[in-house]
Design a protein around this ligand. Structure first.
Ligand SMILES: Nc1ncnc2c1ncn2[C@@H]1O[C@H](COP(=O)(O)OP(=O)(O)OP(=O)(O)O)[C@@H](O)[C@H]1O
Ligand SMILES: [Mg+2]
Length: 434
């Protein structure tokens, strides 16, 4: 079979063509029977022979075949035998003077029109035309000029059919190549779509895992510091100090437990529980969690306007956001230039009422936010800390604040350091859905 031709479709088409030829031949038989009185034996034999050949080809084409089977030899044989039958009809119908003789040179054209994938078959039909016609003309004693004319006609029509077949075959091959390329492109698209969905899922899982590691790392680091301090010689001088360090450590353990239950809640899509919170208490909790880290590197300035209205938010999310901002501030002042004599590194945390909202500010006098940094600040995985940072702190903080119904923005403080502002509208009575 011609390479690339789909067997089922093309075979069905070819069988249809053969069926039409069979029907046409039968109609001719009826016509001949009406026209000739009596019907010449050669015409009858030619018609019946052609019918048998075409019907046999039709049946054989419909049989199941192995994939490497080629239908072309069958078609060529059917064509050659039909032509033989046609010559018998021509002879029976009166020889070269019969109108049926005019049909002989058309055989290659009919063949290539019906089976465009086989120009060689058309060439064979042309050659048989040429020989058969010459034999017939010669037998009838035709002049040499007539033989020459016949040869040129058979040669020309056979050649034209062959060229037409070659061109048609090329067109079919081009169409098949295009169709194949289209199919492959669609398959590739489907595969890459599957990969994209899979990598998105993986990225989400990765983000969650990294976020959890990040959040557990914070309480773990101050737990470690607390325990080391309790154990060291420079440790607590009084029972009150020990109790405070133990309280902080307990808060850290609680925080870790909270994170694990957060993860569970996330997996089960449990909505955030809203609590009425005093902004001062929220700051107090956040500071307790980071105090060891912050106290080591900067002077902490705390300002809480009194009285402040309480806000109804998922408390742990707000605490978590403030913790992240304070840790970033501690890392920034530590990273910044050493302060000149008389100057100090400081971190300021403040809560105040601003119209119908409560605003929290975290400011430091570190190196501040360069424009290129500010452009990507809240993007997940953006970090300037190399392997020491995950780049999730601010992305997670903004998400947490938004879950509190508020907003988190970055700016520049009075001394050029970073200034982060959390704004929680008092009207935000409920958190945005998870
Ligand atoms: N107070 C700040 N001063 C200067 N730069 C800051 C400050 N806070 C954040 N940044 C910049 O924003 C980047 C992103 O901060 P983010 O908290 O998202 O990630 P990270 O701190 O780098 O990593 P992680 O929080 O996971 O440890 C930081 O790498 C830093 O360059
Ligand atoms: Mg951070």
């Amino acid at each position: 079979m011609m390479q690339g031709v789909r067997p089922t479709d093309s075979m069905v088409e070819r069988r249809w063509v053969l069926a039409v030829f069979c029907a046409a031949n039968l109609a001719y038989l009826v016509y001949d029977a009406l026209r000739f009185h009596p019907l010449p034996l050669l015409v009858l034999l030619g018609r019946v022979g052609m019918e048998l050949v075409l019907a046999t080809a039709l049946v054989l084409l419909g049989k199941p075949h192995p994939p490497e089977w080629s239908h072309l030899p069958l078609l060529r044989t059917a064509c050659a035998m039909s032509l033989l039958g046609w010559f018998a009809i021509v002879v029976g119908a009166g020889g070269t003077t019969s109108a049926y003789f005019a049909m002989v040179p058309a055989f290659p054209l009919i063949y290539v029109a019906a089976f465009p994938e086989d120009p060689v078959g058309a060439l064979i039909a042309g050659a048989l035309d040429l020989v058969g016609g010459l034999v017939l003309l010669e037998a009838e004693g035709a002049a040499a000029g007539q033989l020459g004319e016949w040869a040129s006609i058979a040669f020309f029509l056979g050649g034209a059919a062959y060229i037409g077949g070659v061109l048609a075959r090329r067109r079919v091959a081009r169409e098949l190549a295009l169709e194949k390329a289209g199919r492959e492109a669609v398959e590739q698209l489907a595969t890459s779509e599957k990969r994209r969905a899979q990598s998105e899922r993986l990225a989400l899982v990765g983000r969650l895992a990294a976020g959890v590691a990040h959040e557990i790392n914070n309480p773990l680091s101050y737990l470690r510091s607390n325990l080391a301090w309790l154990q060291s010689d420079a440790g607590p001088a009084s029972e009150a100090e020990s109790r405070e360090a133990l309280d902080d450590s307990l808060a850290g353990v609680t925080r870790i437990a909270q994170i694990v239950s957060d993860l569970n809640a996330f997996a089960r899509e449990v909505p955030d529980a809203l609590e009425d919170c005093d902004p001062g208490d929220v700051i107090g909790e956040a500071l307790r969690l980071v105090s060891l880290r912050v106290d080591r590197v900067a002077r902490l300035i705390q300002r809480i306007d009194e009285p402040l209205p309480s806000i109804r938010v998922p408390r742990r999310r707000l605490v978590q956001a403030l913790v992240n901002l304070l840790l970033n501030a501690a890392e920034a002042v530590e990273r910044g230039a050493r302060p000149a004599p008389g100057e100090t590194r400081w971190i300021r945390i403040e809560a105040r009422r601003d119209g119908e909202a409560v605003e929290f500010e975290v400011e430091d006098n570190g190196p501040g936010l360069d424009l290129p940094v500010r452009e990507h600040l809240f993007e997940p995985f953006f970090t300037t800390k190399g392997l020491r940072g995950t780049g999730l702190g601010l992305a997670v903080s903004r998400e947490n604040v938004e879950r509190c119904g508020g907003s988190l923005d970055a700016g520049t403080g009075r001394e050029g350091g970073a200034l982060f502002t959390i704004r929680i509208p008092l009207a935000a009575a409920s958190a945005t859905p998870a």
